[in-house]
Ligand binder design. Structure first.
Ligand SMILES: *Cc1c(COP(=O)(O)O)cnc(C)c1O
Length: 370
């Protein structure tokens, strides 16, 4: 089907695979035996898990992290043989589903330990990850829980702990004191738990940004997400990752408006001169955040084009007065190697993570295969 009037999201699987390999190399430079997984939660950060996960597998990735059980079940149907862990843990009463789909639960609370006992003794029970909170106060055992577990390791019952894990609160700020504090707390707690429970679980610590913190974030299994998809894991420095996404939308209509005329809902932009306006087929329903109204830019033939007026649901308007080559059918680019995820994030006053996970389902996704 030709869909010439739709916005197109091009996904470069070669760049995605290269990004995983780049992060894996970074990881093994610090910890030669370490494995590098991939966070593919939230539909692989909006890109499409059906596109991203097979490309990551082809790149060499064997460990995948989802947020929810439903995401993991869908991923299992896609890739029958990979290792999958579920970060949000076991929904009440769902332990058997983990067994049926060979999913590794992240145990975030002491009651999760009790729930997992329902299947933990079965010979084919997947090993669990035990999440120790070292400073996020979000998920994971807190200091009291950890003390209670160390005092009474019998709570583990038949549970096989494959990994102890934790998560940094500020890995994207290399000199944040919390990084070293969380790192040493995790090391201390891991040693105590391993000793008290008589198991020797591996460790899982680094997200994308933490892979660039060196030995501080060393562990047996890294869990990068954002950087795989082209996001900059080192915000204070140039992006070491390759861009994965190219987003463009066609001009549906060109019009000329006189000086003083306004554009869009609630007339938030008025023409300071006679203005040529181009309207393109993309809007906030596609993840171009309304907060970026009058701040957004696009690119065409090397030039930067200013968006004007409110971002609406399905449409964006641009001032193309000084760009006569732009006409009906021209394509304006929202994401490329110059205008990045971080550019859009800054224009919408948010993080690149929100830009990625807002990418809508309406784009025609064009996959550049490996
Ligand atoms: C989302 C998430 C990751 C991946 O983080 P990125 O910053 O995207 O690399 C890793 N670990 C946990 C616990 C997460 O929630």
């Amino acid at each position: 089907m030709i869909a010439a009037d739709t916005a197109t999201l091009r996904i470069d699987c070669t760049a995605l695979a290269a990004n995983w390999q780049r992060l894996d190399a970074e990881n093994r430079q610090t910890t030669p035996h370490a494995a590098t997984g991939a966070a593919v939660k939230a539909n692989a950060y909006g890109i499409g898990v059906d596109i991203a996960a097979p490309a990551l597998l082809a790149a060499g990735c064997r460990h995948f992290f989802t947020a929810t059980l439903d995401e993991a079940v869908a991923l299992r149907a896609l890739l029958p043989n990979i290792w999958i862990a579920v970060l949000n843990g076991i929904p009440r009463g769902a332990a058997r589903e983990f067994l049926a789909h060979r999913l590794h639960p992240v145990l975030n609370t002491l009651p999760d330990l009790a729930d997992w006992q329902a299947v933990a003794a079965k010979p084919n029970a997947p090993g669990a990850l035990l999440h120790l909170d070292t400073g996020m106060a979000r998920l994971g055992l807190d200091a009291d829980d950890i003390a209670a577990l160390i005092a009474n390791p019998a709570q583990l019952g038949a549970i096989k702990l494959d990994y102890l894990m934790s998560h940094f609160a500020a890995a994207d700020i290399p000199d944040a004191p919390s990084n070293a504090a969380q790192s040493s707390l995790f090391a201390a707690l891991s040693a105590q738990i391993a000793k008290s429970c008589g198991q020797t679980p591996k460790t899982s610590l680094a997200n994308s940004a933490a892979l660039f913190l060196g030995p501080l974030a060393a562990s047996d299994l890294a869990r990068p997400g954002y950087a795989l998809y082209g996001g900059n894991p080192t915000p204070a420095a140039p992006n070491p990752m390759r861009p994965v996404l190219h987003l463009a939308a066609p001009v549906l209509q060109i019009r000329e408006i006189p000086r003083g005329a306004s554009v869009g809902y609630n007339a938030t932009w008025s023409a300071p001169r006679r203005t040529r306006v181009a309207t393109i087929a993309i809007g906030y329903a596609d993840g171009i955040l309304r907060a970026a109204s009058n701040r957004l830019t696009a690119r065409h033939g090397g030039a930067t084009i200013q968006q004007i007026g409110r971002v609406s649901m399905d449409l964006l308007t641009f001032d193309v007065t000084d760009h006569p080559a732009i006409e009906r059918g021209s394509r304006l680019t929202l994401l490329d190697e110059v205008q990045t995820i971080e550019t859009l994030a800054e224009q919408a006053n948010t993080s690149g993570y929100e830009i990625l996970t807002s990418l809508g389902p309406r784009y025609r996704r064009v996959v550049e295969p490996l």
